[in-house]
Design a protein around this ligand. Structure first.
Ligand SMILES: [Zn+2]
Length: 160
């Protein structure tokens, strides 16, 4: 955690609906016993959706943010003014050894992340949010959507 005074990231009018889209995408993931079901949306500075992704969409090891980023990378878009929406906090460490989504986000130049649910400490201790913030990425949480983001993961996390 940074000790800098927190500057709350500005809330854009479309943040909630785009995060809801990301949460809805999580329901499309093939269930896994070893990985979360997550949805992701990348939008430009005006809220236009550039790409979407969900966990395992492109193969068994693929994360949602990784899928969405791969799609925009193919289009060669400048993402420095873009926002990435994720139903769950982007990963900072992967047991598979693949590059964490936090690194993909940094490499893409994305400076703004909107998320619904912090990663529950089931598989790894995720410290991606603090790291992204230290590197200048604005993090916005919409906790009202956390329960909906948890729902496609209830086989891993218990509860309803
Ligand atoms: Zn990830």
């Amino acid at each position: 955690m940074s000790s800098d005074p927190a500057i709350p990231p500005a809330f854009l009018p479309w943040d909630r609906s785009l995060l809801e889209q990301a949460v809805a995408l999580a329901a499309r993931c093939a269930p896994s016993q070893t990985a979360y079901s997550v949805g992701s949306v990348i939008a430009d500075a005006g809220g236009t959706v550039l790409a979407t992704g969900f966990s395992r969409e492109l193969g068994p090891a693929w994360h949602a943010e990784e899928v969405a980023l791969a799609k925009v990378r193919r289009a060669g878009l400048d993402l420095r003014a873009a926002t990435i929406y994720a139903s769950m906090e982007p990963c900072g460490l992967r047991l598979s050894g693949r590059k964490p989504c936090a690194d993909h986000i940094l490499e893409a130049g994305i400076r703004r992340v909107v998320l619904a649910l912090r990663e529950p400490p089931k598989f790894v201790e995720n410290e991606a949010i603090g790291r992204l913030q230290r590197l200048g990425v604005a993090i916005l949480e919409i906790p009202e959507l956390a329960e909906a983001a948890r729902r496609p993961n209830r086989h891993l996390l218990g509860g309803g």
